[in-house]
Write a protein that binds this ligand. Structure first.
Ligand code: FUB
Length: 378
């Protein structure tokens, strides 16, 4: 007996049903009203409809200006946020990030989480930074010696990113920039952490538009790659960390790599885009351990790695925040009155990559020291 493998009529019916199922599943509509987005998906029969409402986890802290990369701190019992100030400079989007053409900083403040947010106006303008060319990116601030120190990345007049420092007597400025960048600094995204022993460290560096892949052994290669793709099978490029001198204006000793290793003590690889360091680092200390947190950039996760020293190595622990709406993701984590908060941004107000808005939500450490996953939509 010859076994009939496929009955042509049955096959035709199966194909027709599959095609109609696929097209029904693909016919989805999105409607946005206020802060909520409703996704409506036609079901297989097309007769009934399934509506799924997507709500942002939290709301923009301010809508009068676009803000991003929030570095939050508590000074004298008040919350201060040091963000980038996004503007529409009319520059087309590209992999260098030229469309992020920010020109000044505005500092936000509030008395408590959920309270009124004040925009304290311009704290530092790019025209008042003698060595600056363009693109005032993500800053951070530290307080020491009765002085507030604002650390900022900006391209110099040769379009190379370095980190500068500016000082002020109050947390909202105005800040006065030092005449030259911090010697030995480079790339972007300074995050400054003062340990319980009073020592202050600066973490810095970001790949792709942040140019870190062009810095090998602290030397800049002007012809270096635009991305980290040349290193695909090699250990990934690490964030840098340096001790700051007591005057907070210089690097003390050598710049080190904030090495991230996996549970087998092997370095993460460049090809590991879901876990490797990209930009936007932050340091917080919890129960005596050093939590190094960062963005994976092109895969849009926030991850964390834990160490027993502020300079690492840090053992990779996992992702703790899902992608936000928008390309970039950048955060800070602080403790306020016994609760932990994460400040972050998305593009809820504009829908445009380079016009972002800062937000805040609570962050939870589990009893085993892991961080609870944050979904950026509810
Ligand atoms: O805001 C410009 C850049 O986008 C920051 O420096 C990165 O961290 C990313 O958020």
């Amino acid at each position: 007996m010859i076994k009939k493998l496929i009955d042509p009529v049955k096959l035709l019916i199966v194909v027709l049903i599959s095609v109609s199922l696929l097209s029904a599943c693909n016919s989805a509509a999105t409607k946005t009203v206020g802060n909520d987005t409703t996704k409506t998906t036609a079901t297989e029969t097309g007769k009934s409809k399934l509506a799924r409402k997507i709500t942002y986890l939290s709301q923009p802290l301010i809508s009068s200006i676009y803000t991003a990369d929030p570095s939050a701190h508590v000074f004298n019992g008040k919350i201060y946020i040091y963000p980038s100030h996004d503007i529409n400079a009319g520059i087309l989007e590209n992999d260098n990030g030229d469309h992020f053409a920010m020109q000044d900083y505005h500092i936000l403040s509030m008395d408590s989480i959920g309270g009124k947010v004040t925009d304290n106006g311009i704290a530092l303008d790019i025209k008042d930074i003698p060595w600056a060319g363009r693109q005032l990116w993500a800053p951070d601030v530290a307080f020491k010696n009765g002085v507030y120190y604002l650390y900022f990345p900006v391209k110099d007049k040769n379009a190379v990113f370095y980190i500068g420092v500016a000082t002020a007597k109050t947390p909202i400025g105005p800040f006065k920039a030092e005449p030259t960048p911090i010697k030995g600094s480079y790339s972007i995204d300074p995050a400054v952490f003062t340990d319980t022993d009073g020592k202050t460290y600066m973490y810095f560096g970001g790949i792709w538009g942040g140019q870190l892949q062009r810095w090998m052994n602290d030397k800049y290669d002007a012809n270096g790659s635009k991305t980290d793709s040349k290193h695909e099978n090699a250990p990934s490029i690490n964030c840098r960390v340096a001790l700051l001198t007591p005057d907070m204006k210089n690097i003390d000793g050598a710049v080190k790599e904030a090495v991230i290793i996996d549970s087998l003590k092997k370095p993460l690889l460049t090809s590991d885009h879901d876990r490797r360091y990209f930009e936007g680092s932050w340091m917080h200390k919890f129960q005596g351990k050093y939590y190094f947190t960062y963005s994976t950039g092109d895969t849009h996760f926030l991850c964390y790695a834990i160490g027993s020293s502020p300079v690492g190595p840090f053992i990779y622990k996992g992702q703790f925040m899902k992608p936000v709406q928008g390309w970039t993701t950048h955060h800070s984590i602080i403790e306020i009155k016994g609760k932990w908060y994460i400040f972050y941004h998305d593009t809820q107000l504009s829908g445009k990559t380079h016009l972002r808005n800062v937000k805040v939500t609570e962050l939870f450490h589990n009893t085993d020291g892991t961080i609870r996953m944050i979904n950026t939509f509810q």
